[in-house]
Ligand binder design. Sequence first.
Ligand code: GLU
Ligand code: ZN
Length: 520
Amino acid sequence: MRVIPVTDGVDSSDAFVLGDVAAKDVRVRFCPSPTGNPHVGLVRSALYNWAFARHFGGTFVFRIEDTDAERDTEESYEALLATLRWLGLDWDEGPEAGGEYGPYRQSERREIYADVATKLREAGKAYRCYCSAAELEERRDAARAAGKPSGYDGKCRDLTDEQVAAYEAEGREAVLRMRTPDETVTFTDLVRGEISVDEHNLFDYVLVRANGHPLYTLVNPVDDALMGITHVLRGEDLLSSTPRQLVLHEALRELGIASGPIPRFGHLPLVTGEGGKKLSKRAPESSLQLYLDRGFLREGLLNYLALLGWSIGEDQEVFSIDEMAEAFDITRVNAAAARFDLKKAEAINGIWVRNLDVNDLSERMVPILQESGLLAHPPTPESVELLRAATPLVQERMGVLDESVGMLAFLFVDDDAFTLDEGDVAKVLKPDAKPVLEAAQSALEALDEWTTETIEEALRVALVDGLELKPRLAFGPVRVAVTGRRVSPPLFESLELLGREKTLARIEAALPRTEASTQT
Ligand code: GLU
Ligand code: ZN
C-alpha cells in the first residue's frame, strides 16, 4: 500500500471535506459490534463522528453491527446505548431513535444482504468460489514459497458451466467472492491524504460464507451505501479494508442498488497504551467501564478522548464537546498514533471537577460513594446534606471522583466501622501525641459554638500557643485521630462537619493508641 500523507498541500476547508455533499446532508455513522464492553477507541470514534455531524448540522447515525451471533450479546448492546447516552452523544437515527433507513440492527437486515448478494452475483460483480480451505491453504503456501502475493488467486473467477456443475455434483459448498478490479484503487483519506492500492494487493474477497452468512466485508459497506452515509470516520485498523469497500460501493451504484456519492473516508489514528503498543480492545485500561467506575466526569473523559488525535488549538487542551463540534476539522486530525496517558486524562478530568458547580459535583459523587458503601441506596436526606457540605473540601483535591472515597470516609462511615490507618497511627500517634490529644480534647470540650472558626481558634490557642508546637505537629495527631489518616480534607472544616460528639469520641478513642505504641 502506498500512502502519501496529508501535508500542507491539502486544503483543509469544509469544502474539501464535503465534496459535493451539502453540509446539512452530511451523514456519518457509529457502528460498533456489540461484543464485550465498550472501549476507549470505540468511544473516541463515536465522539469524532458526533462532532463531525454536529459541526455540519448533519446526521449522526447509530447502527449496530450484530451479525456475529456467537459473539454478540444483548448485554453489550444495552451497554453501548447506555454509554452513548451517559456521555451525551445523542444520535439522530438508530436504535430507539428510529429513522427512515432502518432497521438499524444488522441482525434485522438479513434479507437485504441476501438480496444484494444475489444481485451482485447475477451481475457478475461477485462469483461463487468452490475452493476448499485446504486447497486455499495449499496454494497460499505455494505462492509464499515462490515469493508471490498470497491472497486469493482468482481460480474460480471464470468457471465454465461445466466446471460449476462438476463442483456442485461433488457436493462442494461455495462462498461468494467479490470480483476486484485489475487496476489500482486510489482514494483520498481525509486524515492521511492520497492512498493507492494496486491490483496485486487487492484480492477477491469473501462476502458471504458457504452457509449463507454475510460477512462484515459485505454488510458494512452495503449499509453505508443504503443508509446514505457520506463520510466514514473510523479507526486506522480498518484502513486496509477501505479499498475493497470502495470497489463494492462502486458496484452497488453501478447496479442501481444504491445512489448518492460514495462516502469519503478518514481514518483516525491508532490509540496506543504504555510502551507505544496498540491499546488492545481487551486490555483492562481500554475498558470504558473502568473510567466510569473511577468517577471520570463525562466532560473530562470526552475532553481527553477528543485529544487522542485532535486538538482545538495550539495552547488549549480544555474544551467541551460543543466547542469541539464547532471547531472540528477532520483534516486536522493527526495521523500519528495517539498515546493514552492516564495521568493526563486524570489531570484534564480534575480541571472539569474543579469547574463544576458544587451541587452538581456533589450529586455526581453519590453513585461513587454508594458503590464504596459510604452512602445507602437511596442515600438518606441527612447524608445528601452532609455530602453537599463536604464537597467543597474535596473539590480542589481530586482528579477523579473515587479519590473522594478515601478522603470522605471518616464523615460517612458508621461509628463502629471507623478505623485508623495503621501506618499513619505508627507515624503520628506516638507517646508525644498524647498530651496533644488531651489538650485538643479539653479545648474542644469547652467550645460553646462548633464552627470552623471557633474550632480553629481553640486548637491554635491550645496546641500552637499553649504547647508551643509547630502547626503540623500540633494538628497531625488530631487529624489522624478524627479522620483516620494523615492526609485529609482541611481539618477544621472536617471537624465542624463531623460534629462535636463524634470528634470528641474519636479523640477519646485514639488516646490509648498513643500508649499502645509506647510498647512497640
Ligand atoms: N463494526 C465494525 C467495528 O466495530 C465497524 C467498523 C467501521 O466503522 O467500519 O469494528
Ligand atoms: Zn475458488
